[in-house]
Each structure stands twice: as C-alpha cells, then as structure tokens.
Design a protein around this ligand. Structure first.
Ligand code: SUG
Length: 446
C-alpha cells in the first residue's frame, strides 16, 4: 500500500535552557550555565518544519511538555503551594529544579520507537514511548509522551501506543534515536535495525567513560511488543569507544532511509558483519542496501560529534530526490563541508544537502534528527491522525505569533527560580492546545 514517512518535530518549550544535565553529551556539558534564548530556539525548530513542509513532505508538530514539572518536585519531597515548591527547590537543590525545568521533550527522536503497519502482525502502527531512564530530566517525559501520542494517534483500528518499558537500568530505552528502518518503499515490509549500547545479561564490550543509555534487552522488548518478525529485525552494538567519544545515541553516528545507510566507519561493533546482516535481511525482502561509509581519515569522530553530520535527516522528496538535512555546524567544519561537497557531486543516492540554523538546540546536543520522530503512514492512517498538528502556512503563522507572544529571549539558570516562568508556560501551553486542537492535554488543564 502507498505510504509516506511523516516527521513529527518537537516544538521547543518556553523553558529551554542550558543546565548541563546530560553527562556523556558533550554539547550539553560544555554549554552548561550559558544563557539560552527560548524564543530563537522555538523559531529555529519551527522554521525547519516549515521548510520541509514547503518541499511537500508531511510535517507534523508535537507539543512541549509542562515545565517546570511540579509533579517531579513534589515527588521529591518539596511541598507547599507552587511558588513555595519552586523557591525551596531553587534554594535547596537547584539541580533538581533544573531537571524539572528542562525542555528536553523537544528531542522527539527520543519520544518513542515506531513500527509501521507494514511490519506488524496486526497491521497497525505501534508506538512504544521511551522510558529514558538514564537521565532524571528525561525519565519524567514518557507519561506525557504517551498521552500526547494517544491523543494524536487515537484511532484504535490504526494505532497502538504501548506503555513505556519499566524504567530500570537493565531496560534503558531511548526510542527512535537508536532505531532505523530500511525498506524498498515506505508501504512495503521493512527491516528494523536496533542499535544498543550495552547488554545487561551478555556483558561484553562496554564504554569506560560515559554511560551506554540503550540496552539490548530494551531494544528486544520493544521489537517483541511490536510483534516484529525475527527475520525482519537486526540488532547491532554501538562501538563503545564512540560512546566514550560523545556518541550518546546511534543517531549521532548513523542515519538511514529506504535503501541507504549513511554512517561513520566506527559506528558499530563488527561493522562488516552488521552490513552483511542488513544486506541479507534486505535481500530476503527483495530489496538492497547501499552503504555510504565515511572514513575517519576524511571526517574524524570528533568532527562528526561537533558538527552532527550524521544527526542529519535523510528524506525522500515527493519528486524522488533524496535530501540530507544538516545543521549549519557542518558547513563550519572544513573536513565535513568538503565531504558534503563530494557527496552530492557524485552519482550516489543523496542528491541534495539542506542546511539549517538550529544553534540553540545544537548547544544541548540536539541536531535535526534529534528533533523529529518518524512515523510511516498509509493513506487511511494519515487520515486518522488528529488533523490540527500538520504544518502548513496557516499553522506556521499561528505558531510563529504564539512563540513571539509567549517566549522569553533570554533564560539563564538563575531564572528557573522565577515562579512566573511556570505561569507563563501554562498560559502559553493552554493557548497552544487550542491552536493545535488537542483538547485538555495537560494536567493543569484537567
Ligand atoms: O538526551 N540533551 C539531550 C539531547 C538529545 C538528543 N537526541 C538524539 N540524539 N536523538 C539528551 O542528552 C541536555 C539538556 C541540558 O543539559 O540542559 C539534553 O537533555
């Protein structure tokens, strides 16, 4: 059946800030305590959505979550009215207030893992929200993520939104950032490729410096929930030395689309065998796989991490051209820029490179691919999606005006203590649910 790949980008929330919360994510740590610009962040993300929609791609938006999370602070023992909870947390445990205030739900590649109906036994699209249990500020996302997904993908004949896996280290799950799907056409059965950082029960190679967030056991459990056939799944371990070099998710070193895998030569353990296995599984579907492997001699891992070359979106335009969406940092690193020039000069599967300014998100380690959740939809499924979330000129203009009205232009760590920020956020989100026609989505609206 004919199907398209829709991209659902996270709208950056009003509390976007740099708190240095993600050990192992080099950008997050190195920008800790700098002053963020939430308005610019939200506009940069929205502009990407608009430009991709203008190319004729199906582009949706996922709303931010309510932050600061008073629920987390109360769960941690802070009591009193909202202003008092915030004041006490700011004084006694500013790091917890920062965790409760992060706008990290913007990186929707970590919202869930998604299997299209062409791959699942009940011919429905399956979503498993990621438990994100390796970081406190992200572990509080999955409940609201599930509610949002169930609101937008509500038709039970087409969509299943599972519970997140239990949030425990053995089952650390970071969602689609460690999941890629290869296929000959979006509506045809595909090979689902799960990349994990470590296994709890088959200990072997492990990173030494930084944590491996995704476990094999979590990836396998997601595949099981989605009912994926063994013959249609491939598992690979991420190269642990790369995790130690700052590659905290697979989408920082590899991206795939249709029959193309674009990755660094150091992405996986036993890389040649990973390619063989993917090719064999693709051949079983009558499809092939083209690998574009970037050698260390041309682009070092350090350059890949600082430019986010592989955190790109590889997209099929309606005119059949394949485009690579990269952050502007790729143009600023000479080795990466040179490599990209060569990429489109040849006869390979990538025809065009589009460059975006996503500086605010990048400073927290989130590039173009982090900001989007891919959902393959056939025509009936697309028609069943809650309609108010598709980006077009009118929605772009409304969201742009909404950001302009509600977002601050500067947010420093000390500003998280301001109880006004909660009120501003709630006012903004309340209006947003009307713009996107999402009903009473947030706890504070119920
Ligand atoms: O989980 N950064 C996010 C970035 C997520 C990127 N996603 C993908 N690669 N798909 C993270 O590390 C930093 C927040 C702070 O430090 O304030 C943060 O959470």
């Amino acid at each position: 059946m004919a199907a398209i790949e829709a991209n659902f980008d996270g709208l950056v929330g009003p509390t976007h800030n740099y708190a240095g919360l993600s050990f192992g994510n080099v950008a997050s740590r190195s920008n800790e305590k700098s002053v963020a610009n939430p308005r610019a962040a939200a506009k940069q993300g929205l502009r990407k959505m608009k430009q991709l929609a203008d190319l004729g791609l199906a582009q949706g938006v996922l709303p931010p979550q309510e932050r600061p999370s008073l629920r987390l602070l109360r769960d941690l023992g802070f009591s009193g009215d909202d202003a008092r909870v915030i004041a006490r947390a700011a004084k006694e445990a500013p790091e917890l207030l920062a965790a409760a205030s992060s706008a990290s739900a913007m990186w929707t590649a970590n919202a869930a893992t998604v299997s299209p109906s062409a791959d699942t036994p009940d011919a429905r699209v399956h979503f498993t929200p990621a438990n994100l249990c390796s970081k406190l500020h992200r572990a509080i996302e999955h409940e609201a993520t599930r509610r949002t997904l169930r609101t937008i993908f509500s038709a039970p004949e087409h969509f299943v939104v599972h519970e997140a896996l239990p949030g425990t280290p053995a089952l650390g799950d970071e969602g689609a950032a460690n999941h890629t799907r290869f296929c000959a056409g979006y509506g045809m059965p595909g090979v689902e490729f799960f990349v994990y950082g470590r296994s709890e029960y088959r200990p072997g190679l492990q990173p030494q410096r930084y944590p491996a967030r995704q476990t094999f056991e979590a990836s396998r459990a997601v595949a099981q929930h989605h009912g994926l056939r063994e013959s249609a799944t491939v598992y690979a371990q991420q190269n642990p030395d790369m995790i130690d070099a700052g590659v905290f998710h697979n989408d920082v070193i590899a991206v795939g689309n249709l029959q193309t895998l674009f990755c660094h030569e150091k992405a996986f353990v036993e890389q040649a065998q990973v390619y063989d296995s993917l090719r064999e599984h693709m051949a079983g579907l009558g499809a092939r796989l083209e690998v574009i492997e970037v050698p260390e001699a041309q682009v070092s891992v350090a350059d890949a991490v600082s430019s986010y070359l592989f955190n790109s979106q590889l997209l099929l335009r309606p005119d059949g051209r394949q485009v690579l969406v990269v952050p502007q940092e790729c143009r600023e690193r000479p080795a990466v820029a040179a490599w990209l020039d060569g990429l489109t000069a040849g006869t390979g599967p990538i025809d065009e490179v589009l460059v975006f300014d996503l500086r605010e998100s990048m400073k927290n380690g989130g590039g173009p691919a982090c900001l989007r959740l891919r959902v393959v939809l056939n025509e009936a499924e697309r028609a069943a999606v809650r309609p108010g979330i598709w980006i077009d000129d009118a929605l772009f203009a409304r969201l742009d005006g909404w950001i302009e009205r509600h977002y601050r232009e500067a947010l420093a760590p000390a500003d998280l203590a301001d109880p006004q920020l909660l009120l501003e956020s709630r006012t903004a989100l309340d209006e947003l649910t009307q713009i996107l026609d999402l009903g009473s989505l947030y706890d504070f609206q119920r």
